[in-house]
Design a protein around this ligand. Structure first.
Ligand code: GLU
Length: 263
């Protein structure tokens, strides 16, 4: 069993990240498996080195261990470009020269913030055509599935529509990179927050198109604050670094997580 924690260094980690990382780490260790850390830093417009350094400090402080050096996606951009090219030559991508404002805003709430500039630009965004994917996979398209917490779930890529796999600004995009790396690193179990559950439908389709294995998935419940809002780094919730600087211990964080976790 091999799990991973794959943060993006676009901000400091918060309690929700600690919960994800510890859940993945503890599940794997309990089964004698391994845990790796992957840095998802394809978005040079939002990733910053101090955030990355702090990820290492925070996770070490939490008592996690992982093999080094870690895979940093920014060092593997040609691999993602190659996969994108492969999909393009299969005929499942189409160029989108005019991503609309509303879509660009919606995309910013995606994990990697699929930000795009408005209007026609030099580089189009490249979208996955579900219709073309269905043509390529034939009847297999309708039978794709994945294991979620040990139960079979049927895949429904339509819930995400024709997602962007090649962003205008950076050329690649989250869904593609994550699928390439989960496969190349031999991840057997993806343990991550429920906010990424829907993404799985698209990712399983990409695995089928690229002949990659589909790992088992476990999307854990999200931590909520006292007002019932999701703890997210963008909403000004306290970072792990803040807690660390206040002198809290790993045990204090674990106790807070146990008190907050909903399942
Ligand atoms: N890098 C993504 C994030 O920061 C997570 C990717 C994943 O776990 O699949 O939210």
């Amino acid at each position: 069993m091999l799990t991973r924690f794959a943060p993006s260094p676009t901000g400091y980690l918060h309690l929700g990240h600690a919960y994800s990382a510890l859940t993945a780490f503890d599940m794997t260790r309990a089964k004698g498996g391994d845990f790796i850390l992957r840095i998802e830093d394809i978005d040079h417009t939002r990733c910053r080195p101090p955030y990355e350094w702090t990820i290492y400090e925070d996770l070490e402080w939490l008592g996690l261990e992982w093999p080094k050096p870690v895979l940093r996606q920014s060092e593997h951009l040609p691999d993602y470009a190659e996969a994108l090219e492969r999909l393009r030559s299969m005929g499942v991508l189409y160029a989108d020269h005019k991503t609309r404002k509303g879509e660009a805003e919606a995309a910013l709430s995606a994990p990697q913030g699929e930000s795009v500039t408005n209007g026609a630009g030099a580089n189009p965004a490249w979208r996955l055509s579900l219709e073309a994917a269905r043509d390529v996979l034939g009847s297999r398209y309708d039978t794709l599935s994945f294991m979620e917490k040990g139960e079979v779930r049927k895949t429904d890529p339509a819930i995400n529509g024709d997602v962007i796999l090649g962003r205008k600004d950076i050329g690649v995009a989250y869904h593609l990179c994550v699928v390439i790396d989960d496969a190349r690193q031999g991840i057997s179990h993806v343990v991550r927050g429920h906010d990424l559950y829907d993404a799985t439908h698209t990712q399983v389709l990409l695995q089928a198109l690229l002949d990659l294995p589909t790992p088992a998935y476990h999307h854990h419940a999200l931590l909520l604050d006292a007002e019932g809002r999701r703890l997210a780094k963008r909403k000004g919730s306290k970072s792990l670094r803040d807690y660390r600087e206040e002198g809290l211990s790993q045990a204090d964080i674990k106790a807070m997580l146990t008190a907050t976790a909903k399942g």
